[in-house]
Design a protein around this ligand. Structure first.
Ligand SMILES: [Fe+2]
Length: 294
């Protein structure tokens, strides 16, 4: 499939090509320079491709942090992160995703390991994320991929009895639960106040496609109105089902790539499958706010 759009690359209008890459999601978008401005028709074509393929890979992008912010803001409001840097300060617009210690050396035990667990970004927000955008700066020679699981396909594959059981159920998501579920340092009182628990439907409707999708992950604590243990067991049962290899795509990075994915219907996690104390994995991350799940 190919999609053409009017891209102002400084040398006139050029097309971009959408080439599917994964068995269950993913497409490479070639012919777009994300550091240059582009018109709304191109922005809409990128969103169409995101709705169709969920993970978009833009190769060979020379993108400053400022240009990444400008690209991100074409799709909506930027999100800030509740986590803090080593110096206790907020990350700012561009969050550094890395396995580096405070001295800048690679480590097996980075300060936060939440990204090694299946989650959908910012589901602990009242209005969670539409998309996360990562720009690969330094990538280990082998491994260090990002795994994605397609919750739309998983929902569609659920037995009918389970679809009936979870219809109308809502899960509680919170930063505090996320920290606990991923064996991280507990949320601080300040963070708990900043990000109080929120409730979202466990089956949401994708606003771009109208398809139903599961909406679970390690930011959840329990199911509203259900005994905590029973609800947690149900959430983990759904998470296990949704992350079966048949719903997965693993992206192996190349430096310079930008990947943009759809948090409304995908889970993701980083693969800790490289020599983390030897090699650096560094990506620049920006997040676009979405809409309230329904
Ligand atoms: Fe994430």
């Amino acid at each position: 499939m190919s999609v053409t759009g009017a891209i102002d690359g400084g040398a006139g209008t050029v097309p971009f090509i959408v080439t599917p890459v994964g068995r269950v999601m993913g497409a490479e978008i070639s012919g777009v320079d994300l550091s240059k401005p582009f018109d709304d028709a191109v922005r809409d074509a990128i969103l169409d491709a995101l709705n169709a393929h969920q993970v978009l890979i833009f190769p060979d992008q020379d993108l400053s942090k400022e240009a990444q912010v400008a690209f991100t803001m074409r799709f909506g409001e930027m999100e800030q992160h509740v986590a803090r840097n080593y110096d206790g300060k907020t990350f700012g617009d561009v969050h550094l995703v890395s396995n580096l210690d405070p001295e800048g050396n690679p480590t097996k035990t980075p300060r936060s390991s939440g990204n090694f667990f299946w989650h959908t970004d910012k589901s602990y927000h009242e209005i969670p994320s539409l998309s996360t955008i990562l720009h690969a700066i330094t990538i280990p020679p082998q491994g260090g991929g990002t795994q994605f699981a397609n919750m739309q396909l998983a929902y569609e594959a659920l037995p009918e009895e389970m679809k009936e059981k979870i219809a109308g159920l809502r899960a509680v998501h919170s930063w505090e639960a996320s920290r606990n579920n991923t064996f991280n340092r507990p949320a601080t009182e300040e963070q708990k106040k900043e990000r109080p628990p929120v409730v979202h439907p466990m089956v949401r409707t994708h606003p771009g496609t109208g398809r139903k999708t599961l909406y679970v992950g390690t930011h959840t604590s329990h199911v509203e109105g259900m005994p905590v243990g029973e609800g947690r067991a149900l959430l983990y049962q759904l998470l296990d089902f949704a992350t079966h290899p048949r719903f997965q795509y693993t992206h192996y990075w190349k430096e310079g790539q930008v990947v943009m994915w759809d948090n409304r219907c995908l889970l993701h996690r980083a693969a800790a499958d490289f020599e983390m104390d030897k090699y650096t994995r560094l990506l620049h991350r920006t997040v676009v706010r979405g809409t309230k799940p329904y």
